[in-house]
Design a protein around this ligand. Structure first.
Ligand code: NAP
Length: 280
């Protein structure tokens, strides 16, 4: 198997490249400099020339609040860019793995979302990722759509890094306590994605670390494990007033992973100490 990774300089792309390197799987990792997914000609050329068996499409516009200010740019990357990748995969016969998000759901209720539940994104980023999903489903049969949530890697910005940075200058931080989901460590998710790519068990999956928490609980865990003396003031989504609306219930059911015989990831609490150690 030969793999093309888009967005290789991002959190997940970086860890996927590490896994493929460790497994001795040949791959080409490209950042936006080598392959801007919005440029259809470049996408076609690179996939034609490298001729991968599989494309792990990690590239995305991921600035959720900023997307409300520049929705066209977000749509261009996540929807049109994914359309280009899917078209090229169909044209040159490659499997496609598209990484999607819990933000395709509205966040009502408190039961974990099944893969075939009604999608209804609340913000521009979620709508753009859902449009990307639809393009993948429409254009190529050989696809995996893997929805994850609250991604945390060693590289690039994420919630844990932000908390550790703010801990240097704050004694008290306001953190939202009514959005519930699963922190997911890129280093845990990447090996599962690479396992899936070896198969032909196409379809829609949810893949996150096990267990649920709020952002406030996650922040408290980070400060406790990192030995930072910061108090977390719990606030509601409404009080926090972020630019983009976010789902309150981001719990994702893993029943499709079970049905296909893929293993679950570790509980988020058992991975977080390792992640903090690496980030620090
Ligand atoms: N972060 C989360 O909490 C989260 C949660 C659920 C799902 N996801 C999904 O998981 C995937 C990986 O997320 P991540 O956190 O690893 O993202 P990330 O760290 O923001 O990395 C995304 C990468 O995409 C690249 N990119 C942006 N625009 C591009 C373009 N026009 N052409 C090519 N590359 C472009 C960026 O590369 P440059 O720096 O070179 O521009 C960046 O390195 C994404 O599909 C995301 O939607 C993320």
């Amino acid at each position: 198997m030969k793999v093309l990774i888009t967005g290789v300089s991002g959190q997940l792309g970086h860890d996927a490249a590490k896994v493929l390197t460790a497994r001795g799987v040949p791959f080409l990792g490209v950042s936006s400099k080598e392959l801007d997914v919005t440029d259809r000609d470049v996408v076609m050329r690179i996939i034609r020339e490298y001729c991968p068996d599989a494309v792990l499409h990690c590239a995305a516009y991921t600035r959720v609040d900023q997307a409300e200010h520049e929705p066209e740019r977000c749509m261009r990357v996540n929807a049109d860019g994914t359309h280009n990748i899917a078209e090229a995969c169909r044209e040159f016969g490659a499997k496609l793995m598209y990484i999607s998000t819990d933000y395709v759901f509205s966040g009502t209720g408190d039961r974990p979302w099944e893969t075939d539940d009604q999608t209804s994104p609340l913000n521009t980023y979620g709508r753009s990722k859902l449009t990307g999903e639809l393009a993948v489903q429409e254009l190529t049969e050989k696809h995996f759509i893997v929805r994850s949530s609250w991604l945390i890697g060693e590289h690039e910005n994420n919630f844990v890094k932000t908390m550790l940075r703010l801990a240097e200058t704050h004694d008290v931080l306001r953190v939202v306590d009514d959005q519930i989901g699963s922190p997911t460590f890129a280093a845990d998710l990447a090996p599962l994605l690479c396992d899936m790519l070896e198969t032909e068990q196409y379809g829609v999956y949810h893949a996150t670390n096990e267990g649920f928490c709020s952002w406030a609980e996650l922040a408290e865990t980070v400060f406790r494990l990192a030995g930072k003396n910061v108090a977390v003031r719990h606030v509601s989504t409404e009080e926090y007033c972020a630019k983009a609306a976010r789902p309150k219930n981001s719990r994702l059911s893993k029943s499709s992973l079970d049905a296909a015989g893929f293993a679950h990831l570790l509980d988020w609490e058992s991975s977080i100490a390792r992640v903090i150690e690496r980030i620090s």
